[in-house]
Write a protein that binds this ligand. Structure first.
Ligand SMILES: NC(=O)c1ccc[n+]([C@@H]2O[C@H](COP(=O)([O-])OP(=O)(O)OC[C@H]3O[C@@H](n4cnc5c(N)ncnc54)[C@H](O)[C@@H]3O)[C@@H](O)[C@H]2O)c1
Length: 357
């Protein structure tokens, strides 16, 4: 088991624990530190696959309230938020009721926002069950739901007390969801630790449990270190968006139907790395392109839509004024922000990515 602490100047510190078969023990610890009631918010698939999770938590509390969340992005909605609020308030939650968020990033973002706003803030425990949620979404305190105008537009920064990453949950993860995590893992390799790109080059499915645990630990630590420097994303936290402006444009142009987020991130990483080379870097594209077979994406039809994809980048919420601000690399592990004035380079980056994936 590996453990470390994420602390920020604005909020309490978070314990992050990573291991196998650690779930039950950690619940015991958290129970001893907070109230005797809990609100369990759990993804419906996870609830069906792992009935012992609910049973274990329930058996540790005098009073529990259960909310089962339909799987999928549609649950990050005001309607779902409101439904949970109704259930929780009718059940009489108190200031020391512990909120458990159990599932992938959807459940974590939604339940985190519930915890941040119920009675102005309840103690929160994340139990991420997808690779993406372990290496990325459960860490850093970004919580939120979607609005008709866009993704993640309603939310708060709210740090959990504890994040329990039990890699045993990953045994049932479908291939597409593994890829989502791999997209973000490659991002950490690009911006912070290029040995990750080498370690994952043979395919994440080839790692044994110890190697996988170590990889998750290193990624979680990278994110945690960046968040500790810049919790509210006024500086270096933006580096975590490497490849993401391309990815968000791809997701929004295809109406969130065709690509999972991590798949879009993979395309975005290729485009952003190629653009970095056009800005003077000398990065070996094969370090990323070697993952093509893992992702197995069909994207060549999108070559006809590069203008629309480039336009969609201008609608990203990270655009300020008319300037497109992108994260690029001057070398592996050396991200920086650039303001793009010549959109033809962006156009060519799309062309490279869509014709080489
Ligand atoms: N807060 C942040 O900093 C942050 C960062 C990145 C992404 N996100 C958000 O995360 C969300 C995506 O998260 P995600 O990729 O985890 O998706 P998700 O939560 O939708 O989970 C993906 C699928 O996996 C299933 N699942 C979960 N655990 C499983 C398990 N152990 N075995 C089998 N199936 C399982 C779920 O039911 C779902 O169908 C997006 O809403 C995105 O905006 C947030």
């Amino acid at each position: 088991m590996k453990q470390f602490e994420l602390s920020t100047s604005r909020q309490k510190s978070t314990q992050i624990v990573i291991g196998t078969e650690i779930f039950a023990n950690q619940i015991e610890i958290i129970k001893n530190n907070f109230g005797s009631s809990c609100l369990i918010i759990i993804d419906e698939h996870v609830h069906k696959l792992y009935p012992f999770v609910f049973e274990t938590i329930k058996s540790n509390y005098a009073k529990h309230t259960l909310c089962i969340i339909p799987s999928g992005e549609k649950s990050k909605s005001l309607t779902q938020f409101n439904d949970i609020m109704n259930v929780a308030l009718n059940a009489g939650v108190k200031r020391n009721t512990v909120v458990y968020a159990i599932g992938g990033g959807v459940t974590g973002d939604l339940a985190g926002f519930v915890a941040s706003s119920l009675l102005r803030g309840l103690p929160l425990v994340h139990i991420p069950t997808t690779l993406l949620a372990m290496v990325d979404s459960s860490i850093g305190g970004k919580t939120g739901i979607n609005h008709d105008s866009g993704k993640n537009l309603i939310g708060a920064f709210y740090q959990p007390e504890l994040i329990v990453m039990d890699v045993d949950f990953l045994k049932t993860l479908p291939q597409k969801e593994w890829n989502c995590g791999v997209g973000e893992i490659l991002k950490y390799g690009c911006i912070s630790d290029q040995t990750i790109l080498d370690d994952i080059s043979k395919g994440i499915d080839k790692l044994d449990q110890t190697e996988l645990l170590d990889l998750i630990f290193r990624c979680a630590k990278i994110k945690s270190d960046i968040v500790m420097q810049d919790e509210l994303e006024s500086g270096n936290r933006a580096f975590l968006n490497f490849g993401h402006t391309f990815a968000h444009a791809l997701e929004s142009f295809t109406k969130y139907q065709r690509f999972a987020h991590g798949e879009a991130v993979f395309v975005g990483l290729i485009a952003a790395t190629w653009l970095s080379n056009k800005n003077g870097a000398n990065l070996n594209m094969d370090k990323l392109l070697s993952q093509r077979e893992t992702f197995n994406l069909q994207v060549s039809d999108l070559l006809e839509h590069i203008d629309e994809l480039t336009d969609a980048m201008m609608n990203d919420k990270k655009v300020t004024g008319d300037l497109l601000r992108l994260i690029i690399l001057s070398d592996w592990e050396s991200p920086n922000v650039t303001e793009v004035t010549d959109l033809s380079v962006v156009h060519d980056s799309w062309k490279f990515a869509l014709s080489h994936i």
